[in-house]
Design a protein. Sequence first.
Length: 508
Amino acid sequence: MTSFAQPRPTEWRATLTSLALILVWVFSWYWETIAAMGTIWARSETYAHGFIVPPIALWLIWQERSQLKQYQPNATAWLIAPLLIVVFFWLLGELTAVNALTQFSIIAIIALSTMSLIGLRLSARIAFPLAFLFFAAPIGDFMLPKLMEWTAGFTILALRASGIPVYREGLQFVIPSGNWSVVEACSGIRYIIASVTVGTLFAYLNYTSLKRRLIFIGVSILVPVVANWLRAYLIVLLGHLSNNKLAAGVDHLVYGWVFFGIVIAIMFMIGMRWSQPHKDVIPTPEQSRADASRQHAPWIVTLVLAVITAMGPLATIAISKNETTIVPTLAPPLAADGWKQSTPITTWKPAFFNSSAELQTNYNQDGNTVGLYIAYYRNQDYERKLITSTNVLVNGFDKEWATSAQGKSDVLFNGSNQTIRTAELLQKGTGSNIRLTVWHIYWINGHLTNSEFEAKLYAALSRLTGQGDDSAVIIAFSPVESAAIALPAFASAHGAAILQTLANAKQQ
């Protein structure tokens, strides 16, 4: 019996050698993805915790070493199917330059490769450290718009409940003592990510019950959201009561972290009251004997893993070699139905960066003026791509323009109904009170869509089928007073010409 309960050192040595080799192999093929993740950790305070996630995961595994030695390492081929799927997801992310997808996938590739070599029973013992690695992926920016909207809504509701009159336009609001706006730093995303990361680790270390762990993780999500709402309200209230002498400038960020630190400390103090001692689990002789009977040579599994993990980068290289490097050009669509090219409406320009080609022109008909902007992208990568959080109508650092409303609308474009995105912009602090109605839609190799997800999917499928990733955003805008007439008339008259302009660029 004893011989079955204690795995031979040679078995562990072979498994660990295979694991080291496959990790070096994966790092060599996916180094650009891993390096990009590290770059984000270094430049973003929101994701700086990524530097300590891998050491924590390794420390958690090291803490289990005495228990792990009791188990029989048993390489398995069961996880090859999900590994293939993850490699394909990485490929889709690489083809469309989606950082979140490639970085999440590389962590999954590392985790699945590890699990394949050590076996399912051992994987269950280190399931949490492997899962904890996913906190290293810098994912969360997609939540910013909704979090900012929630923060603005709560702050305004609380201010009104406090007897302070508020006038709101989008994420901007005015109270008697001054103007305020909810920007990205006010979203609370940093607090939420920090709280969930530390809260999940706390729950694992202090509880054994799955129910208690899930409850505490849920609390670690809810508490920072509510705390951020209170923080925003208290900062505005403090600024209002002090005539903007307190909580102004960088002070409100400092106050915010102090407030957040106190709240999280209280949350952990309360959580400690229900902590549970951990119990060691030792495999039975029957389990060890069963593992030994299913023992597979790790070298065979290592070879299969090496082939599968290399498929994604090799496919990317093959696809990229067949794509054109010609820089496209855009010609202004010819004016039609009484429209004529005219002078610019305003100085506003959409914040779309690093495009392969760009067009901005204006048209006028019977006093109704419409501006047209097109940003065209080809051979997209992480520095130049259409769909990204930095490509917006108005960015958070714009001191002249702000977005006051957003929505969707059905319009007639090129003879068919299309659902487009709409927005209303206002010019701040100039006294001109200029407002623009903006329509925009994405063009992906001939497909029109208002969805960023669909745009990415179309681009990925287009590259996979050898058609390239040519993409563009079409933006039309007009003063609010005339937009209801001007924009539909312009879209109806020039929809076909705009699409032909993009088709011509595609052929270059």
